[in-house]
Design a binder for this molecule. Structure first.
Ligand code: GUN
Ligand code: FE
Length: 442
């Protein structure tokens, strides 16, 4: 493959910002470029220097005056809930029963699963998200649809079949044995194929019997290379119900600990109402608490206290949680994250937001060698952002004087319209999608 030189204003992180003006956490090149070859970043830096390295044969794509960042990463969402976003009026358990467990039954149809998987991947890309960790439905075929759609686009995606054997409609229940067998078969088929990573996915304590949790433990033991994803402490009624189903557990977190499900590859959605003991248990296990701001507000769940996780040394990441979450956009997600923290007296810095969407989430997935930054050798998953994509943004930007201000405007006012291009392993993807949408009349 030939060399590709992307010219623009390059921003990439090397570490978490320690303070609001910690310039050691990132690299920024005003007249910058990213040199890409064979789907990898060769180097990011000053344009003039990289143009020399690239040589006269390189294809130059001029993205000025736009920003060039690593592709965004979404660490928790549900692909079968794509058409259930904005389901009205219910909190978690009622919302699951009324809307979600109806919607997910549609995924027994492979045609439907294929259609939604394809649209789901395109929607991620349109929003500048190049990697995500998603739950599929209980149906094994939904995982095939998901990874096939990712493979077609060469996206680095994490996913798995949801396991649930109680407290859900019959049509959505597996059994401890079929959940185990299907998961084993899917891991054998998909994990490590191309850029696919499997996540063992017991939905949450309420929908798994102790027998299924035993089987989940077995899967995790047999497949330490896989992720584990589940939900924890999202809603007060949920906590009361979960702990009543596992009366010998000290608390909700202890339910998962008792089945050895807390490890450094475990992603725990929500974690809103945890005690210090529970957060410390997560810190010790190096499990990741996933902050899902649009979902937590939409479902009336509560406010994630990121400051406490930091104090207690626990890892966190950020995610959309579509369809409890209301947007595929990580920019819109960070806009709500800012507000959720602000109302608790915590100030999320402009740079910290962009760290979280990129390198921070890559670290939470232990994938920082491959994604989340533009370091030499990283996969060339890249997002190009236009801070003036909406008229109101263009007006506001006329008064902005610093990069920090621009980033904050982009996060607070921006959405998919601000993603002017997205590259997956060095290949431009968004322009093609926009053309396809125009021809559908979409
Ligand atoms: N807890 C268990 N399942 C779900 C789900 O699908 N979405 C959310 N937000 N929470 C859950
Ligand atoms: Fe979720």
């Amino acid at each position: 493959m030939s060399k590709l030189l992307l010219r623009g204003r390059v921003l990439t992180f090397v570490d978490e910002p320690k303070s609001i003006d910690d310039q050691s956490a990132y690299s920024y090149f005003e007249d910058g470029a990213v040199l890409v070859e064979n789907g990898k970043v060769v180097e990011a830096g000053e344009y003039a220097a990289l143009a020399l390295v690239a040589g006269p044969q390189a294809q130059i794509v001029d993205h000025r005056p736009h920003l060039i960042l690593p592709g965004f990463i979404d660490t928790h969402l549900h692909f079968p809930q794509t058409q259930a976003i904005a389901s009205y009026g219910a909190q978690l358990l009622e919302w699951l029963n009324t809307y979600i467990f109806v919607e997910e039954q549609k995924f027994s149809s492979t045609a439907h699963a294929d259609f939604i998987a394809s649209r789901f991947m395109d929607e991620l890309l349109r929003n500048g998200t190049t990697t995500a960790a998603a739950y599929c439905s209980v149906h094994r075929t939904s995982v095939d649809a998901y990874f096939a759609a990712a493979e077609k686009r060469n996206m680095l995606m994490i996913g798995g079949k949801v396991m649930m054997d109680r407290n859900a409609p019959e049509a959505l229940r597996d059994t401890p044995q079929t959940g185990y067998d299907d998961t084993k078969a899917l891991i054998a088929k998909w994990h490590g194929r191309g850029r696919a990573h499997y996540a063992i996915s017991p939905r949450f304590a309420i929908t798994s019997t102790p027998e299924q949790m035993d089987m989940s433990r077995a899967l995790v033991r047999e497949h330490p290379e896989c992720y584990v994803q589940t939900h924890l402490s999202e809603n007060k009624d949920e906590i009361a119900y979960a702990t009543s189903l596992y009366p010998s557990a000290k608390d909700y977190t202890d339910i998962y600990a008792n089945y050895d499900l807390l490890g450094s590859k475990t992603l725990l959605g929500h974690c809103i109402f945890l005690s210090d003991r529970e957060i410390s248990a997560l810190a010790e296990a190096r499990s990741v608490a996933v902050f899902c701001p649009t979902s937590n507000l939409f479902l009336g769940s509560g406010l994630f206290d990121q400051g406490r996780f930091k104090e207690l040394g626990a890892r966190t990441s950020v995610a959309t949680d579509v369809g409890g979450g209301t947007s595929f956009s990580m920019l819109e997600t960070m806009s709500e994250a800012y507000k959720v923290l602000h109302v608790q007296g915590q100030r999320l810095s402009q740079f910290a937001s962009y760290y979280m969407m990129t390198l921070g989430n890559a670290r939470a997935l232990d994938l920082e060698d491959r994604i989340g930054s533009l370091r030499a050798g990283a996969d060339a998953d890249i997002t190009i952002l236009d801070s003036r994509a909406k008229p109101a943004m263009e007006l506001r930007m006329r008064t902005a004087t610093t990069l920090a201000e621009e980033l904050f405007i982009l996060q607070t006012m921006g959405d998919d319209r601000c993603v002017s291009e997205v590259y997956v392993a060095g290949k431009p993807m968004k322009s093609g999608l926009d053309k396809a949408a125009a021809s559908h009349g979409a």
